[in-house]
Each structure stands twice: as C-alpha cells, then as structure tokens.
Design a protein around this ligand. Structure first.
Ligand SMILES: Cc1cc2nc3c(=O)[nH]c(=O)nc-3n(C[C@H](O)[C@H](O)[C@H](O)COP(=O)(O)OP(=O)(O)OC[C@H]3O[C@@H](n4cnc5c(N)ncnc54)[C@H](O)[C@@H]3O)c2cc1C
Length: 501
C-alpha cells in the first residue's frame, strides 16, 4: 500500500502541463512503477544531490528523473523499461567527465550507479569486488588498513567505472599497466537486460572490449572484480617551480620517458605546465610517486628534479587514501579536457617545442577572458606511457587500446582549461582543438606521430575521434563485439553522449 501511495505521489508530482513534458516524463513514471522508491524527480533535495557533478557543465543539464538501482537486477529492470519506451538515457558512474552530456542528460533519464557501493575482498586477498558506483577513495579506504591496493585512479572522488572502462592511469601502472589491465571479471547488464560476466574464461570478446573500449557501447557494468596486490605506504612528492625552468625540467621528463621509468618501474609521475594568476603566471608542477621507496629522500629516478630549485616541495610517505585526497581537484566551475599522444623522439626538442604552442593558446584564452571578466586557468599535462606500461598492457590477451610495446614509448599530452564564464565555452573549445591540431602537426613533421594517433578516452574532448586512435584492427573488433552483444543497437541509439562506435 505504501509503495502504491509512493508511486501515486511520484506520478502526481510530475503530472505534465504540456504534452511535450508528458512524453518526456512517461519513462520516469514507468520506471517508478517498476522500481518503487528508486526514481528521483526534479524539485527535490535528492535530485539536486544526484545532479551534482565534478564539472559544472554536466550539472547544468536536467534529466527528467534519476533512477538509482540498488542491485544489478534493478539495473536490468531499468534497461528493460527504457528500451521498451524507446527512452534516451545516460549512466552516471562518478560523474567526472568534464563535458556536458557525457554522464548527464537533458530531458532523458540518468541511471545513477551511486547505490552500487559494495566492496568485498576475497579470502585469498587477490581479488576485490567493487560495485560500479564506488569512488576510488571508497576502495582505498577499504584496502589501506588491509595492506592491499588495486591499480586504480589517483584522485579520491573519481568514479571507479568510467576510469576503469576507458583505461585508468594509476600510481602502480609502471609495474602493472592500467586499471583495465587488472580487471579479473566484469558483471554487466546488456541491452536485452540480461546480466552476464566477462572474464578471460567467460565471454572473452566482451572482456577484451571492456578493457579500455569504454562502457557506453556494450552495457552497464555493475561490478568490477579487480586484481589486488600487497601494498604499504608510498613515497610521494609534490613540487612547484617557476615556469622559466621548464627548459631544464622537460629534458629530465624526456629522460624518464625513454629510459629512467623503465629502469625503475615503481616510479610514477605527471608533469604540468600551468598559467594561473595565483602562481604569478607560468609555473611547472609535478606530482611524483614511488610504490616501494621507503625513505623521505627522493629515489634516484627523481633526484635530478629535486636538484632544480623549486618554489615549494611537499614530500611525504603516505597511504593511497591520503595521497588521493592530497591531489584531489575541487568540484565546480567550467572545465574542458582534451588530449593527444606523441611518440618519443631521440632528443627532448619535440616536447620543448610544444611549449610555445601552449603559450600561444594561453595568450588566446587570456584575450578572450578579459572582456567578460572570467577566471581562466590553462594547463598542459604530460603523462608518459613507457615501454614497461605497454608491456604490462599485453596480459590476458591485451586490451582494446591498440597500443603495442613496439609503438612506444609515447607521451600523453593533455590540454585542460578551467574558467568561470559560460560565454567563453566556445572560444575555449576552439582554442583547445587548435592546440591539439598544432601538436599533432608538429609531431608529424618530426616523424613522431604516435601509431594511429592514439587519444586517451578518459581525457578526450567531446569532438575528438577517440576510437579512430585505437587503429583499424581494434576498431573493427570493437564494432563487431558491440553488434554481437547489442544486436538491435539499443545502446547505440538510446544511450546518449560520450564516444560511440
Ligand atoms: C579530478 C580528476 C582526476 C582524474 N584522475 C585520473 C587518473 O588518475 N587516472 C585516469 O586514468 N583518469 C583520471 N581522470 C579521468 C577519468 O578517468 C575520467 O574522467 C573517467 O571517465 C571518470 O569516471 P567517472 O565514472 O567518474 O565518470 P562518468 O562521467 O560517470 O562516466 C564516464 C563515461 O562512462 C559511462 N559509464 C559510467 N559508469 C559506467 C558503467 N558502470 N558501465 C558502463 N558505462 C559507464 C558514462 O555514461 C560516461 O559516458 C580524472 C578525472 C578528473 C576529473
């Protein structure tokens, strides 16, 4: 009786005024009938809680309702209702994609996985089963006290789902590859509503496709069974230098890419050029990690960086949870992320010559920001994909990214911008696209285009053709797998946003 009343209240609360909104609300009403108590309608605090994303551009969209399944069976029911109603929808994992519509939707249904938060460690400590609604901080807070870790995200509130489905760069990637290379099994709801598992022994084609191929073309993953490893505290150091020393630091970064990270694969870093008023203009920032080094003094692999006088240095030995909170980036504001990759060259000149292209982009953005009085913080982030990482990606039949050791090492060049005025959205996207094209052109001129022009999905801008960068062979295999597991193309048609095969 209570349930009926609840459904009635939901129904009346969305009783549409105009026929267009009636049409949009219908799938929500049907969902509320099929999953009583799990559908959240607008004009409620709970709706606002779910409609909160890392990037304001995602929060700006308003779905007709959210559905928050408690189990894989609930996800299956939701998928069946949505496909029966031919209803557009999206899926929110951690909601960290910067661009609007990636895991948010206007006038459609958002399936939020926020209630799928189980975390279970197997008796032999080798596998951690993680519900798809978890953030990485939930995982590390469960594992740190046990002396265990998984190859997962580095930042606390990023979602397990999106990060793992698109690849997943981790503190431990030098020895173990990316997050997707360390999934033992996926539990996934197909377009038919069927719940299946995918592993090296079950549904192997689907297992391969989910390893970096993204989720949105195949199904809604409800549980990731992740390989766990014994892990104590890590060494970490966060450094900030004045921008002027980038010409000293970039050659050191180049040495890491081609040699030093291979010699010491327990080391890991990212390296950022940023232009921000609070830093007095240009600065270089690097977060460095080492998963086995136990002394506070820098490991040899990073010593050359520590010899360059810095504005600030924060070195600590800490567990994954603390580090992932330390590097967390605040929610809110407008953001965009784009990326490309370049192949390593014999000298650091290619990386050095990318800097003036970034500086021209900064000048364009500053000129656009001034008249509308907007904040503007452009970043360029370098993240090495070294030979040891590429080798670790080949286990269990390899992943879907199309990257092979013989094509490496390569460097991810990521272009991020944070700003405040929506008036600048188009100008920022335009400038990022131009910068990426200029980097690609420069790399091509130097014979350093990475094979297939690989673009890391999890950092890509909306207009970027991510799957083309996986190469023809991988792309054909992904398309075949998507057609096999979703023969009627329901997800390709109804699951809006993000990258489509
Ligand atoms: C502050 C910050 C730090 C980051 N740090 C890292 C890092 O250390 N390493 C790294 O590799 N990347 C990192 N990223 C990038 C990150 O991997 C991507 O943004 C990723 O998509 C986030 O996953 P999510 O679940 O939070 O995103 P969402 O936006 O919720 O999801 C991304 C896409 O996956 C789909 N999806 C979500 N859940 C599922 C599911 N269960 N099944 C099928 N499809 C699903 C969504 O519909 C959406 O299209 C970071 C991003 C941010 C903003």
């Amino acid at each position: 009786m209570l349930q009926k009343w609840h459904v009635f209240m939901l129904y009346t609360s969305v009783l549409p005024v105009a026929s267009a909104s009636k049409h949009r609300a219908q799938p929500c009403v049907a969902l509320a009938a099929a999953l009583p108590g799990l559908v959240i309608f607008p004009n409620s605090t709970l709706y606002d809680t779910h409609n909160f994303y890392w990037s304001e551009r995602q929060s700006n969209l308003s779905p007709s309702c959210f559905v928050a399944p408690n189990t894989a069976q609930d996800v299956s029911t939701a998928v069946k209702v949505l496909t029966r109603h031919n209803a557009p929808f999206t899926v929110k994992g951690g909601g960290h994609t910067p661009f609007e519509g990636a895991s948010s939707i206007e006038d459609g249904v958002t399936i939020t996985l926020a209630s799928l938060t189980d975390i279970t460690v197997s008796a032999d400590r080798k596998t951690v089963s993680v519900g798809a609604g978890n953030r990485w901080i939930n995982v590390s807070e469960a594992l740190d006290p046990l002396g265990l870790a998984v190859v997962g995200g580095r930042s606390a509130t990023v979602g397990v789902s999106g990060l793992t489905l698109g690849g997943g760069i981790s503190y431990f990637s030098g020895t173990r590859g990316w997050a997707c290379d360390n999934v033992r099994n996926y539990e996934i709801v197909l377009a038919s509503g069927e719940i299946v598992n995918a592993s090296p022994v079950t549904n192997r084609d689907l297992f391969w496709a989910l390893r970096g191929g993204g989720g949105t073309n195949f199904g809604i993953v409800t549980r990731f069974d992740l390989a766990a490893h014994e892990q104590g505290d890590l060494w970490a150091s966060s450094l900030i230098w004045p921008g002027s020393v980038n010409t000293t630091l970039i050659p050191l970064l180049h040495d890491l890419l081609v040699r030093n990270l291979v010699a010491d694969p327990a080391a890991h870093l990212y390296f950022i050029l940023v232009n921000d008023a609070s830093l007095g203009g240009y600065a270089v920032v690097s977060d460095q990690f080492h998963s086995t080094h136990a002394n506070i003094s820098p490991p040899a692999v990073f010593s050359p960086f520590h010899d360059v006088p810095a504005l600030s240095v924060n070195t600590r030995i800490a567990n994954v949870s603390r580090l992932s909170r330390d590097i967390e980036q605040a929610f809110g504001g407008r953001t965009t992320w784009w990326d490309t990759t370049v192949a390593a060259t014999a000298s650091p000149n290619l990386l050095l010559d990318i800097v003036p292209l970034f500086e021209a982009h900064v000048t364009r953005l500053r000129a656009a920001a001034e008249p509308v009085n907007s904040t503007m913080t452009p970043f360029m982030v370098f993240q090495p994909i070294t030979l040891n990482i590429l080798q670790a990606m080949q286990v269990n039949g390899g992943n879907a990214l199309g990257l092979k050791p013989e094509d490496g090492p390569i460097m991810i060049v990521q272009v991020n911008v944070m700003w405040s005025s929506p008036l600048l959205d188009a100008a920022v996207e335009e400038s990022c696209g131009r910068l990426i094209r200029e980097i690609d052109t420069l790399a091509a001129e130097r014979g350093a285009r990475s094979k297939n022009g690989y673009i890391y999905m999890n950092y890509a801008g909306r207009p970027q053709d991510v799957y083309a960068g996986y190469g023809l062979e991988s792309l054909a295999r992904l398309r075949k797998t998507a057609r096999k597991w979703d023969p009627n193309g329901e997800f390709r048609k109804l699951w809006k946003g993000y990258f489509k095969l």
